[in-house]
Design a protein around this ligand. Structure first.
Ligand SMILES: O=C(O)CCC(=O)C(=O)O
Ligand SMILES: [Fe+2]
Length: 494
């Protein structure tokens, strides 16, 4: 098929197909195909908000607190081309591409965060203000979408009667409204920055000839189901770039000098994708299930660009409150013994021991190793995570002693075979997993690419200790212990 590009109004291109366009409509034609994608051009955003937000981006950039993430994709360690920082509700985290980002807190009511610099505090405040603004805009756009849907249904009244209450056009029932609010309650924003001039190895968009990508096709992960995403886009354009260019729309695809966001239907490379140009201060919103039914990508333009991507992170297992409660649950089975750090266990029930080892793995791999893998970047902005991480590490250390106490029990002479087997069966897979994950994290920290990072971003393999460390009850490397436990289990079956 010949590559044809059609101008769909305001420089929006559907690349790869030809379609007749109704030019009499006041809504841009792409809106008919993408009702859940909303664009708000910069003119509709208050000037003062633009000024504050743009200054905030520059402040964070100046203080060097946006970082490229060393993520893991299909078993490979790769450095993201864009630099990022997560700002959001205190104690919130957001996980993407096997990387848990820890929110630098924004100053919500009742919080009292110390920031590294007063300017950083001001910047976080600006993103909270932007968040509030985008949340209101999202709810309004979503309500309009629902109202339009309902109006369309009302055109053909199939089932009108006493069982089918209609309060009138544009209104919708309470549940809808609560859902819309919950799914617009952004708890974090992930900020992105990239200067394409400094990034000469950008990938080409593979399906529609859309040019260089800053972020490849993806769905946003780890979000509350059907929740919205709102994006503020800030590219460093000179005034001359803002004018509509007059080149022949029939001949080429999107303007490579201008940043765009691309959309395509998931699992579909036949239906043409959509590329929406983003000028300085433009915002776009992905409503409802758009992020699930479609993929999006970011197409690089010429100038450097920031974006602030506001999300409803699914953080039921991703907050400080959550993990500290989990650790408290594990502590309930531990009794301190005198002063040497030794512990004894209150219950030897297999289910209780299993839960303890699960929490042990969770705090070690989802929190401590994730945090220290990202070097010392977090303390540059605020001290929020310092004390929680110290506390988690202390609790984790106790869990090492608890595991040691379980091992003492299964090795003890005179434990009934049945009971020992139940314990072994409950914990063996978890210890084997711990061994595998430690090896993987250790390798990730040693990788060639990890070594190229500057000192404050160098991954730290923590916790880590040497074989003969007298302060630790168990070795870092659990190979021998896992083999021993397997042996005990087989012995009993023989
Ligand atoms: O910068 C943008 O417009 C969107 C970036 C994006 O898709 C992401 O960070 O997930
Ligand atoms: Fe995204």
């Amino acid at each position: 098929m010949a590559l044809v590009t059609v101008r769909l109004g305001r420089d929006v291109h559907a690349i790869g197909f030809l379609e007749l366009i109704r030019s009499d409509s006041s809504i841009p034609p792409w809106q008919l195909k993408y009702p859940k994608l909303v664009l708000r051009e910069s003119g509709s955003v208050p000037e003062e908000l633009h000024r504050e937000v743009q200054a905030a981006f520059l402040t964070l950039h100046k203080h060097g607190v946006l970082f490229r993430d060393l993520v893991r994709v299909q078993g490979k360690d790769v450095l993201t081309p864009v630099s990022r920082i997560l700002i959001g509700n205190p104690g919130c985290t957001y996980k993407y591409l096997n990387t848990r980002l820890f929110a630098v807190p924004w100053p919500v009511k009742g919080s009292n965060t110390r920031y590294g610099e007063a300017e950083i505090a001001t910047a976080c405040q600006a993103f909270l203000k932007l968040n509030d603004y985008l949340q209101v805009e999202t709810i309004q756009a979503w309500e309009e979408l629902v109202a339009r849907d309902k109006a369309n249904i009302d055109v053909v009244p199939v089932c009108i009667g006493p069982d089918f209450p209609r309060i009138g056009m544009g209104s919708f029932d309470g549940q809808d409204e609560v859902d819309i609010r919950n799914r617009s309650a952004y708890n974090v924003t992930l900020l992105n920055f990239m200067d394409p001039q400094k990034m000469p190895y950008l990938k080409e968009e593979p399906y529609f000839g859309m040019g260089k990508m800053a972020v490849s096709w993806h769905h946003d992960e780890n979000l509350v189901e059907r929740s919205a995403v709102a994006v503020y886009s800030y590219s460093f354009e000179g005034p001359e770039d803002e004018e509509e260019s007059e080149e022949d729309p029939q001949l080429e695809g999107r303007d490579p000098d201008i940043w765009h966001v691309g959309f395509k239907i998931s699992w579909d490379i036949e239906t043409p994708g959509l590329a929406i140009p983003l000028h300085q201060g433009d915002c776009y919103f992905m409503l409802d299930d758009l992020n699930a039914t479609h993929q999006h990508c970011v197409l690089a333009g010429l100038p450097p660009r920031f974006s602030s991507t506001h999300r409803v992170a699914e953080c039921s297992t991703g907050t400080w409150d959550y993990i500290s409660q989990r650790c408290q649950l594990a502590m309930q089975n531990i009794r301190d013994e005198a002063d040497n750090g030794d512990v004894s266990l209150k219950s030897l029930e297999p289910a209780v021991l299993k839960q303890g080892e699960e929490i042990h793995n969770e705090v070690e791999f989802e929190w401590l190793r994730q945090f220290w893998f990202q070097g010392s970047r977090y303390k540059k902005c605020s001290d929020w995570w310092c004390q929680p991480m110290t506390q988690l590490e202390d609790l984790w250390r106790k869990m090492e002693s608890a595991t040691n106490a379980v091992l003492r029990e299964v090795r003890r002479e005179g434990v009934p075979v049945e009971q020992r087997n139940e314990i072994l069966t409950a914990i063996l897979a978890l210890l084997s997993m711990r061994q595998n994950l430690r090896r993987e994290w250790h390798a990730r920290c040693q990788s060639r690419i990890a070594r190229t990072l500057p000192a404050d971003q160098k991954p730290e393999c923590r916790p880590y200790w040497e074989k003969d460390d007298p302060s630790m009850p168990l070795p870092f490397d659990l190979t021998d212990i896992v083999a021993e436990l397997r042996g005990l289990l087989l012995e009993a079956k023989a």
